[in-house]
Structure formats: C-alpha cells, structure tokens
Design a binder for this molecule. Structure first.
Ligand code: BGC
Length: 348
C-alpha cells in the first residue's frame, strides 16, 4: 500500500491544492484532490488485468474550478435540492444559497465541493486520507458552526470507503454525499446503457419539473424505476414514462430498503467483469444518469456524452425539511453526524 502526495496547482488566493494517490496494493487506487475532496481517478484492475479508471473527471485544477457538474466532489452541507432555499428549524426560518433557478442545489453557491480541505494521512494497514474543514455559522445561510471530517479509505477488500462526520454548535441540517460519475467500462468508453444495475429499493420519489420531490413516495413496481432485479441501465432510459421523459433519464431518489449499514445497490460491466457494490447507512440514494453533462473538455481530452455515467449518491431525501414523512436531516447541537458509504469492487 502507498500514499503519494503531489502538487495540483493553486487557488486564485495562492492557497495550494494537492492530489493524493492512494493505492491498496491489491488492484485498487484512487486519486483524491484537496480541492472539493474530489475523486479524480479511481482505478480498478479488470479481469484481464487492465487498470480501468471508472470515474469521469477533469485533468487540471482550472478545469475543476469551472465547477460544472460536481464531478467526483464531496457535497455539503446539503446534497440535492432545497426548494426556494428555505426551511424552518426550531421555529426559525432559514434561507440558504440559491444557485439553480430559485432553488438551492448541493449546498448553495459555495458548497463543500469548492473548499480546499485540510488533510491528514492515516498510517494504518489500509491507505486512508482524512479531510477536514470548518464551515462557519451562517455559511450559505445554514445555522451553526460545523466541524466536518471526511475519511476516504481503500480497504483490503477493494472498497473505497467514505466516512462522513460532523458536529455543529447549533441545531442545523446536514446531508453529505459524494458525486462520483461511474462508468465501469472506463470513463471514456461511451454510454452506460449496457451496464447492469440493481437497487435495493421498492420505492422512489417522483419530482416536479424542477426536479424537486413532490412529497409522494411511490412503488417502483411496473415502472422504469424497478431495479429490484438487475437490468441494463439503458433498458428504460428513453422510456416515455413521464418521470423519465421529463429529465431525459433518471434523476431520482430511491428509498433504500432496510435500516443500518446495508447493501443499497450493485452495478456490473459484463465485458470487463467489474462489479461495484454500494453499502450505506443513509436512508436513500439518488440515481442520476448524467442526463446533461456540461460542455467542456474532460480527462484525456475526452468529450463525454449524456448517459456516459451513473451517479449513486447516498443521501437523505431531497428537500427533506419540507416533508415530515421523510427521514429528518436535522443534526442537533453537539450531536455527531456519522455516516459511511462504501463502493466495493469485485472482479470476476
Ligand atoms: C442532481 C441533478 C444534477 C446533478 C449535477 C444530481 O445530484 O440530482 O439534478 O443535475 O446532480 O448537479
């Protein structure tokens, strides 16, 4: 195993950005940036021994600074949307950063994806990198000073494990995730239509035309949202089912069956034998099939197309503060937010 630190450029104020290459010595390596906690590359060795980079990304800090699409980024304080950026907590009304139409997306104007994180390399049997920031009281409109620590570990069992911890000095809301765009055939291999996906979920939340959950929680049965049995992601991606047609693919939240740390999903590329299993203790997960990747040049000069990747963003339900029947994203003063999501790779 090894951890290699290299310089990855500077922010406009001179702050240095680094890249950390973690290698578990067992066929899995990941390059993580201190800017946005971005997973820039994630290499899995396929069944023919070929090192395959399974995440979309960009080559330079300048490209990431354009901040289009949240590629690989660590998302906070609040993943996905808050309607009109408003919520009520403890009798107080809060307005948080509006950055998509009149709504707040992925933490507002300057979310955790745009921070330069402090790091600590962990000297253990498994390579591990701890990232931390302090988010000020009132930042992007959110109450409470929030101390955040996110740890990325490459386990011996070939998983990238992400542990999210946070403590606030006031009651607040927290919903962190990672926004990796996966393509198990390799980041530059075209669409993910033929990759097989299974999701442990019988219920999804339909959206209004702003991609905001309507509040309903509907059965997946007989709809394109039924991934209980594995099926190719592309099978129903062009369906005329209203919820699919409206977004040009999937951009929906699934309630994950069960509680506690459990398997949420599995995806497989039949050609190279790479399977990725997702484990989490979060209540839900967004399936986003990169329906509108921003223009621009990506890693290796690639121009990615729509449906070139899928995101499996473990989370609380979007806009959860507006719906009392959704699990609550409230973090009480001095209590610990502590969630873990694991992307485990199996090759056969
Ligand atoms: C959202 C999409 C959004 C994408 C990129 C996903 O988590 O659900 O609607 O376009 O992130 O920002």
């Amino acid at each position: 195993m090894s951890i290699t630190k290299t310089s990855f450029g500077e922010m406009s104020d001179g702050e240095k950005v680094y890249s950390y290459l973690l290698d578990n010595g067992n066929g899995l390596s990941a390059e993580i940036l201190t800017y946005g906690g971005i997973i820039k590359n994630l290499y899995v060795t396929d069944k023919k021994g070929k090192k395959t980079d399974v995440v979309l990304g960009r080559d330079t800090l300048e490209d990431y600074l354009k901040n289009d699409g949240y590629l690989g980024a660590l998302i906070g304080r609040h993943a996905n949307r808050i309607a009109r950026g408003q919520f009520e907590l403890g009798g107080e009304k809060y307005s948080v950063g509006i950055n998509e139409g009149h709504n707040s997306l992925h933490g507002g104007n300057v979310g955790f994806d745009q921070k330069v994180w402090s790091t600590k390399e962990k000297d253990a049997a498994e390579p591990s990198l701890e990232l931390s920031i302090v988010s000020k009281d009132g930042e992007e409109g959110f109450p409470g000073k929030l101390d955040v620590t996110v740890t990325y570990t490459l386990t011996k069992e070939n998983a990238l494990k992400i542990n999210y911890k946070a403590v606030s000095d006031k009651d607040t809301v927290v919903n962190m995730t990672n926004h990796s765009y996966f393509n198990l055939a390799g980041h530059a291999s075209g669409t993910i239509d033929n990759q097989i996906l299974q999701i442990n979920s019988g219920f999804y939340t339909p959206n209004d035309n702003e991609c905001m959950p309507t509040g309903e929680v509907l059965s997946v049965m007989g709809t394109p949202f039924d991934f209980r049995a594995p099926k190719p992601i592309g099978q129903d991606i062009n369906s005329d089912f209203e919820q699919i047609e409206m977004f040009g693919g999937y951009d929906h939240n699934f309630a994950i069956a069960g509680r506690g740390y459990r398997k949420a999903a599995a995806a497989k590329c039949l050609e190279n034998g790479i399977t990725m299993e997702v484990y989490t203790d979060k209540p839900a997960m967004q399936l986003y099939t990169s329906n509108a990747l921003p223009e621009g040049i990506y890693k290796g000069g690639e121009r990615y197309n729509i449906h070139q990747a899928f995101c499996l963003e473990t989370q609380y339900f979007p806009n959860a503060m507006a719906h009392s029947h959704y699990p609550s994203p409230i973090l009480k003063k001095d209590e610990e937010y502590n969630f873990t999501t694991e992307y485990r790779f199996i090759v056969k």
